[in-house]
Write a protein that binds this ligand. Structure first.
Ligand code: ADP
Ligand code: MG
Length: 628
């Protein structure tokens, strides 16, 4: 073991984090105790789990966390009889920071080339546990004495948090039977922490998520049990305060907001299990990371079996979940559990119940649900696409922005209730943001008939609308695809009808079709325009243009298909093109004109121009003519 005696350096990240911590970016120093107790509890849960296979490990004693304060020595000792650490564990666990989020966290605090003293983003700090190293917020020296359960070697780890640590072997007599003792030699400023009143209040405040009893001991006094270590989810709802729930949620999620929704129930039918689920009050930072897996903590009769079991469908991945089952057999491996029919049944029931509770919230507390939908609607909508079985339920939840509301508050039921005479479809427009969508020329004919159009700004929208058959017997129809077929729907008061297209316009159509055929599939008279001269739509049998754009930018589609150019027969520009064409005096002018009309429609559609140089040349010729 002697090779461990020489001082070892923390990894660069840790040194940086220690520095930040000592300079107290985190004003609330109390968190050190929360972090150390939660580590002690984790160690006990790991022992519980390993003892399933190997009952000798626990030596038969009850799991317990002890916090001892010694005012005279100015120290606090946190002891657990959990799994303990080997010397390799010590190096890998306490010499580096394991949390994957740590790097992101550090980067966010001091982005490269930026002044380190710059104000850190406190919202973000809340999203990362700061773990073991928070001990150095209060301690000038930390000693960890530990023995891994089932081994006969013990070690002492010491550090002053200045960049190095030491590991030395420890005589078994001086070590815990199994488990870990963390001794904090407090700094002068942190002296107050030996005050047991203060310690008691911190422990009480942070113990709701701790499934192991916690004793507080003032040097020379009897131990005082501060927390019974009863799992919160196993307690009757009436026994749990809102603060308990919030505190538990925060430790479960690593977020420091309030849960938007707390769901706590006990299932007692075919299978028995307790569930505690939270919808966060704000977006977790990893909501759109590529993995997109829904996870939960799975316990079987209070034993933590899997920290991140695939308990939830991806479209519920924002939910923070604990499930404790009485029925899943304990003597099988984690992998086997995930394949057991009981597990599958529980999983399904849990997702169902969460969706039903969300529907209740949407119906009974619309304001609360509005905020929830704004945070997680884009994720829930993935379910419309991925989980056809759940589509009807998710349609009850879905809220949309539309030509009637900039905010996503319109339900499909609202839409159908307010539809116009002879309207047979649910119209939508896909795009990037509401403001731009609202300015689309394709909406004009719908506005003239008072027809509501759903404005769908999320990428996932392009997928579910094409998959969903419809709602309430009405198909979803893109306002930028195919013929609009609006003729049967009466115009709103004050809107004027499109004039019949005369022979001159008909001739212009033929001419345009001929001259623009390399760029477009067809030219036709539009009934969706009233003030603009032209717009692009997708052909009847093509995909919506926004979906095509997403697919072709992902390389999932070779190229965009040719759009249809629709023109407004009543528009002055169109009529003047037609007149010029008929006169036959300046076809070059008409040529430039129709190409500019096409390019203008492309720009309005969010497309780039196929030939910007030609566009510029045509525009210059036009301007020249106008100024001549
Ligand atoms: P985290 O708890 O998020 O993993 P920490 O910095 O709190 O991060 O702890 C780092 C690691 O140190 C833990 O993952 C664990 O392996 C080890 N560790 C810390 N405290 C204990 C303890 N009391 N008993 C056993 N292992 C511990
Ligand atoms: Mg920890």
């Amino acid at each position: 073991m002697t090779e461990h005696v020489k001082p070892q350096a923390f990894t660069a990240d840790v040194a940086k984090l220690l520095h930040l911590m000592v300079h107290s970016i985190y004003s609330d120093k109390d968190v050190f105790l929360r972090e150390l107790i939660s580590n002690a509890a984790d160690a006990c849960e790991k022992l519980r789990y390993e003892a399933l296979q190997n009952p000798d490990l626990s030596g038969g004693d009850a799991l317990l966390i002890r916090v001892e304060a010694d005012a005279e020595a100015n120290s606090i000792t946190i002891t657990d009889n959990g799994i303990g650490m080997s010397d390799e564990d010590l190096v890998s666990a306490l010499g580096t920071i394991a949390r994957s989020g740590t790097k992101t966290f550090l980067d966010s605090l001091a982005p490269e080339g930026q002044d380190e003293a710059q104000k850190p983003n406190l919202d973000l700090i809340g999203q990362f546990g700061i773990g073991f190293y928070s001990a150095f917020m209060v301690a000038k020296n930390v000693v960890v004495e530990t023995r891994r359960a089932g081994t006969d070697k013990a070690f002492r780890w010491t550090s002053d948090g200045q960049g190095t640590y030491e590991i030395t072997p420890l005589a078994l007599d001086d070590a815990p039977q199994h488990g870990t003792r963390v001794i904090l030699h407090l700094s002068e400023e942190a002296k107050d922490f030996t005050n047991t009143y203060r310690l008691r209040s911190i422990i009480q405040h942070h113990s709701s998520a701790i499934t192991v009893p916690v004793d507080l001991i003032e040097k020379g006094e009897e131990p005082d049990r501060i927390s019974q270590g009863v799992a919160l989810w196993a307690r009757p709802k009436s026994d749990v305060s809102a603060e308990d729930y919030t505190e538990f949620y925060q430790s479960l999620s690593g977020q420091f907001d309030e849960p938007a929704l707390t769901l706590h129930w006990r299932a007692e039918g075919r299978y028995e299990y307790n569930v505690l689920a939270f919808v966060p009050g704000s977006k977790p930072f990893d909501l759109f990371e590529p993995e997109r897996k829904g996870k939960g903590k799975l316990y079987v009769r209070r034993v933590l079996i899997n920290e991140s079991a695939d308990m939830l469908p991806g479209w519920l991945r924002f939910v923070r979940l604990v499930v404790d089952s009485a029925d899943i057999p304990l003597n099988v491996s984690r992998e086997m559990i995930q394949q057991s029919p009981i597990y599958t049944a529980i999983k399904k029931a849990v997702a169902n119940r969460i969706v039903q509770d969300l529907i209740k919230c949407a119906e009974n507390e619309p304001d609360k649900f509005k905020a929830l939908w704004q945070n997680f609607g884009a994720v829930l909508k993935e379910g419309l696409y991925e989980d056809p079985e759940k589509r009807d339920d998710l349609f009850k939840l879905a809220r949309f922005a539309s030509t009637r509301s900039d905010e996503p508050v319109r339900s499909l039921a609202d839409y159908v209730k307010d539809k116009q005479e002879n309207q047979t479809a649910i119209y939508y427009l896909l795009g990037e943001d509401i403001k731009r969508l609202k300015a689309s020329p394709q909406l004009e004919g719908f506005a003239a008939r008072n027809i509501e159009v759903l404005l769908l700004p999320d990428a996932v929208d392009a997928f579910w609308v094409t998959n969903a058959v419809g709602f309430d017997g009405k198909p979803f129809k893109s306002v930028t695809q195919g013929a609009a077929d609006l003729a049967l729907i009466p115009l709103a008061d004050g809107a004027s009808a499109q004039p019949e297209a005369g022979a001159d316009v008909a001739a212009l159509l033929v001419y345009m079709k001929d001259h623009l055929q390399s760029d477009i599939a067809d030219v036709r008279i539009s009934d969706r325009l009233s003030t603009s001269a032209a717009c692009l739509v997708a052909a009847e049998n093509a995909q919506d243009r926004r979906l095509e754009r997403i697919l072709s930018s992902n390389g999932q589609m070779p190229a965009m298909s040719k759009p249809v150019l629709e023109i407004n027969a009543g528009h002055a520009l169109v009529q003047s093109f037609a007149a010029h064409l008929k006169a036959g005096t300046d076809t070059a002018l008409v040529d430039d004109g129709i190409h500019l009309l096409l390019d203008q429609s492309r720009l309005l559609d969010g497309d780039t121009l196929a030939d910007p140089a030609a566009f510029a040349a045509r525009l210059s010729r036009m301007i020249n003519k106008a100024m001549a």
